[in-house]
Design a protein around this ligand. Structure first.
Ligand code: FMN
Length: 227
């Protein structure tokens, strides 16, 4: 069980790992967890590239040229780096795979409910494409939720982690041939064991106070609460 009090006090994010490889059993359990995360409409438009060896990680590190060099050390010293990718659209073939899988997994008690669900999915997709016009944004939100859940999962198995937005997506997409596969890189997660000499451990944590972050709707007139 995760100790949330302890986790609240922790730094959450590692800046330097100690280069030791994680036990395969921990990676397996984390990847199994990643497979299980939910997505809106069960759309499953995220895809993950996992780099463990130094040559694979250095392919990712190349995307830190041009302004993101400070992140290279995390890639170099981590045990594993996961590239969280998102589909750039949802083609019919992807939907067919999801629907066939849901059918094979017996997700629905009967054909009628299965059919109704498929109509809901198609209508939802249509809404994001044509009405909200936010398909990429919506799909990337699903990928970010997987990122957050993986950070918690890593903490649960005592693996240190660093989420990274600081990389050149264009360079990484080209290096891994992502766009040809209908994908783009969204965010990275480095996993490993934090170096006890990591400088971040000496830096105090800073967060806005509760009064500026929470508004309790039961505590009176919210219109007069601080914004
Ligand atoms: C989505 C996300 C992306 C981040 N990207 C980076 C990054 O590219 N490089 C980095 O060093 N830290 C990155 N961070 C760490 C944040 O900068 C850090 O958590 C924040 O400054 C608070 O510091 P603390 O975690 O030490 O309290 C990222 C954090 C999140 C949640």
């Amino acid at each position: 069980m995760i100790d949330l009090d302890e986790l609240s006090r922790s730094k959450h994010v590692t800046k330097v790992f100690d280069s030791t490889p994680l036990a395969q059993s921990k990676i397996d359990v984390l990847l199994e967890f990643l497979l299980s995360v939910p997505t809106s409409l069960n759309i499953q438009a995220s895809h993950y590239f996992i780099a463990a060896s130094a040559p694979s990680r250095s392919r990712i590190a190349k995307a830190m040229n041009g302004g993101f060099e400070a992140n290279q050390v995390k890639i170099d010293t981590a045990s594993h780096v996961i590239v969280f990718c998102t589909r750039m659209d949802v083609p019919r073939e992807h939907l067919t795979k999801v629907f066939e899988r849901e059918h094979a997994d017996h997700k629905f008690p009967d054909d009628e409910q299965e059919q109704r669900w498929r109509e809901i999915v198609l209508a939802g997709l249509d809404m994001h494409i044509h009405d909200k016009k936010d398909l990429s944004h919506w799909l990337e939100k699903q990928t970010y939720m997987a990122l957050g859940m993986m950070m918690m999962a890593a903490a649960a198995v005592e693996v240190d982690a660093t989420p990274m937005e600081g990389f050149c997506a264009k360079a990484l997409d080209a290096e891994l041939g992502l766009r040809e596969r209908g994908l783009t890189s969204t965010v990275l997660l480095a996993l490993g064991k934090q170096d006890p000499a990591d400088w971040i451990l000496k830096v105090l944590k800073s967060r806005l106070p509760r009064s500026q972050t929470f508004t309790f709707l039961d505590d009176g007139d919210v219109r007069s609460s601080p914004g």
